[in-house]
Write a protein that binds this ligand. Structure first.
Ligand SMILES: [Zn+2]
Ligand SMILES: [Zn+2]
Length: 169
């Protein structure tokens, strides 16, 4: 877990601090599959800006997440450019919107923040290629390598209705 001690940076309103940190980023689960980051600990640009009312925190990183294609299970991956912004008010009062969940007792949890930001940036599904044909639902063969259809396996509801009708005759 990578954390950053915000208190070590003394900023006055209007001042900005920027640094590059390598952030441990664990694997991510998406649609029942697991995707691992490359590199394991990507370099992230951390920017802290002190305003008169609080602290603006920014995170920016590039990472490639690799794992199985959701349709055919071949190796697949997606390259992401992730940007995230958080805000911590000096006197937030009762409002959750004015605090960031990643900052606890002056410790900024960069790993948790980066993990969530990457999860948000992921596409709905990761495919080996946009038009991946997937696996045959009948025999399990890879339809990209061996395109085929199975005769008599058409599960069209109209055919089922017809079969019912036949049974009644
Ligand atoms: Zn695929
Ligand atoms: Zn098949």
């Amino acid at each position: 877990m990578t954390t950053f001690n915000v208190r070590a940076v003394k900023l006055r309103p209007g001042e900005q601090f920027r640094d590059v940190r390598s952030v441990d980023l664990g694997p991510l689960d998406l649609g029942g599959q697991r995707y691992v980051p490359i590199p394991e600990s990507p370099e992230a640009v951390i920017t802290l800006t002190q305003t008169s009312s609080g602290l603006v925190l920014e995170l920016e990183l590039e990472v490639r997440m690799v794992g199985p294609c959701v349709r055919c299970l071949a190796d697949a991956g997606v390259s992401l450019h992730v940007k995230s912004q958080e805000y911590q008010a000096t006197s937030p009062g009762e409002s959750d919107e004015l605090t960031t969940p990643y900052l606890v007792e002056h410790r900024l949890d960069l790993s948790a923040w980066a993990h969530d930001a990457v999860a948000l940036a992921l596409p709905d599904k990761i495919l080996c290629r946009d038009d991946c044909a997937g696996l045959c639902p009948v025999c399990g063969l890879d339809l990209n390598r061996e395109p085929h259809e199975h005769e008599g396996e058409v599960s069209d509801p109209r055919w089922a209705a017809l079969a019912d009708l036949k049974d009644q005759l």
